[in-house]
Write a protein that binds this ligand. Structure first.
Ligand code: SF4
Length: 523
């Protein structure tokens, strides 16, 4: 500090060869002084007071107040509607996801996806500002569509809204018609659109709205053929694991089933580095999407992500829809047996052997997870799959937080929990957030936490080991490449869970001459 009590900034630039990373750099006195000065400048409470209040937030007294919250959400386990709309759109050939609203929204969506996948994500925006808020976003949209088409040459533009466009009441259907009539974009360019206000629903609602819109747009005016095209459609929902799409395709290849993946964005989020930039990596062609109308049926892996799409397929396409969650042993068994029965094809020997290996792997380590109490959170179908998997391993879900919950989901999950001896202690906390979960974990502690990267704050505060499964995973790399689906996915998830338990045990037993009586080499 200098005489007038302001922090001293180094006069000379540091040697570039000795630049420290921030976690070392910020521990130096210079920066510690700056932080202390900032505290004084902001009139922060004393450290003792902060510690006292922090302790109070761990009590039942605080929990009761926390659960009385009505008009405030803190760290919800969900994202905005348009994020899901852009996500699903990116799985189609030559498709440019377009967000009609302010620039900041699409910057957030691109960043969110890029941080999870460590891949660039292409999406554009109308970049609406104050004048559009007053006069409507038509001019922005016309200009935006024209620029997007001329600059990026998409085969399809998938258009969704953000809150701003919804609040002022922009009518996308009328705007697109006007833009086409006035020649901003070609009449024949498909522009499916979805109204995706984020003040209702979540990213899974946006996913559903956009998927339905793409399917209805690309099949508009088409008559169903008299005989089916012999294929089956598959949709994985808002599934962040691109390994799952590839695993599903491998399974279908083993069966010899002809298929269409409705939104195959596996290459969008994992494009090969060939030295050449490729703007579009969606693998589901527009032609096969249009022909998906003539498929034998459509399998959905996320029932609560796709209700409107499923209703549309059943009513407008008169097509059979099937819901399965091929996660864990039981979930995969059910899916494969149904797939075999529906297609008339035997379950391949290779998959039967994989099942045996997965059961063997679970049996080898199951004792470490049996009886462990678990807190978990995430999207409805995601949580459902993990809960079923935990129950079949004898783990005991205790706190299940689903911010974007609904009554049907809760009733279905409750039935599964009630029917298992390991589900008796579980409570489903619908529409609650991670700050609620923090109170739950302090007042009724658990052995393990399962969720996305935001759970690291709960890990830090409560000391509960965190298994990162879900979306987003910002602070660990490459997990999205693995499958969580099928028998192979069961082994992967089990690997993450069991080794987190064992890592935690090592941390708890590593004090020499004190706890290391159990610091075992062999576990
Ligand atoms: S909540 Fe609305 S305004 Fe905010 S980022 Fe999401 S879409 Fe944009």
């Amino acid at each position: 500090m200098t005489e007038n009590n302001t922090p001293q900034v180094p006069e000379t630039a540091p040697d570039p060869g000795k630049i420290k990373d921030h976690f070392d750099l910020f521990q130096e006195d210079t920066y510690q002084d700056i932080f202390e000065y900032k505290r004084q400048f902001e009139g922060a409470h004393s450290r003792e007071k902060v510690a006292e209040v922090a302790e109070w937030t761990k009590t039942w007294d605080y929990r009761e107040k926390n659960f009385e919250r009505e008009a405030l959400t803190i760290n919800p386990a969900k994202a905005c509607q348009p994020l899901g709309a852009l996500f699903v759109a990116s799985g189609f050939e030559g498709t440019l996801p377009y967000s009609h609203g302010s620039q900041g929204c699409v910057a957030y969506f691109r960043t969110h996806l890029t941080r999870n996948y460590k891949e660039p994500f292409q999406a554009v925006s109308s970049s609406m500002t104050e004048d559009a808020a007053v006069f409507g976003g038509l001019n922005n949209l016309k200009q935006g569509l024209q620029n997007s088409f001329e600059l990026y040459k998409p085969k399809m533009i998938a258009l969704c809204t953000t809150c701003m466009a919804e609040v002022i009441g922009d009518d996308l259907g009328a705007f697109i018609t006007t833009a086409k009539q006035e020649g901003y974009i070609p009449e024949e360019l498909p522009v499916p659109y979805a109204h995706t206000p984020s003040f209702v629903g979540s990213h899974i609602t946006g996913y559903d709205n956009m998927l339905k819109s793409i399917l209805s747009n690309l099949t508009a005016g088409k008559e169903k053929t008299e005989t089916s095209n012999g294929k089956f459609n598959f949709n994985l929902g808002f599934d962040p694991y691109i390994g799952n799409i590839r695993e599903l395709k491998r399974i279908l290849g083993l069966f010899g089933i002809d298929y269409t993946i409705l939104s195959d964005n596996s290459d969008t989020f994992d494009s090969p580095n060939t030295g050449e930039f490729k703007m579009y990596n969606g693998l589901t062609t527009l032609e096969e999407t249009a022909d998906s109308l003539n498929a034998e049926g459509t399998f959905f892996f996320q029932k609560y992500t796709t209700p409107k799409t499923q209703e549309y397929l059943a009513e407008a396409w008169d097509q059979k829809t099937y819901n399965f969650r091929p996660f864990g042993i039981k979930g995969t068994d059910e899916f494969l047996m149904a797939l075999s029965a529906i297609t008339g094809k035997a379950i391949p020997l290779e998959l039967q052997q994989e099942r045996g290996r997965a059961v063997d792997a679970l049996t080898d380590s199951q004792a470490w997870i049996h009886g462990k109490s678990i807190a978990l959170y995430g999207d409805p179908d995601h949580v459902f799959g993990i809960t079923q998997f935990l129950l079949e391993m004898g783990a005991e879900p205790k706190h299940i937080v689903v911010t974007n919950s609904n009554n049907d989901f809760e009733a279905e999950l409750r039935e599964v929990l009630t029917n298992s001896p390991y589900g008796q202690e579980a409570t489903i906390w619908g529409k609650k957030d991670l700050w609620h979960l923090r109170s739950l974990m302090f007042t009724e502690p658990v052995d393990l936490l399962i969720g996305n990267s935001y759970g690291k704050y709960l890990w830090r505060d409560t000391g509960t080991p965190l298994v990162r499964i879900g979306y987003p995973i910002f602070d660990r790399h490459h997990m999205h490449r693995y499958a969580t689906l099928g028998y192979q996915g069961a082994i992967n998830q089990f690997n993450w869970i069991i080794n987190t338990v064992l890592d935690d045990l090592d941390h708890k037993t590593n004090v020499p001459a004190k706890t290391d009586i159990s610091f075992d080499l062999i576990r």
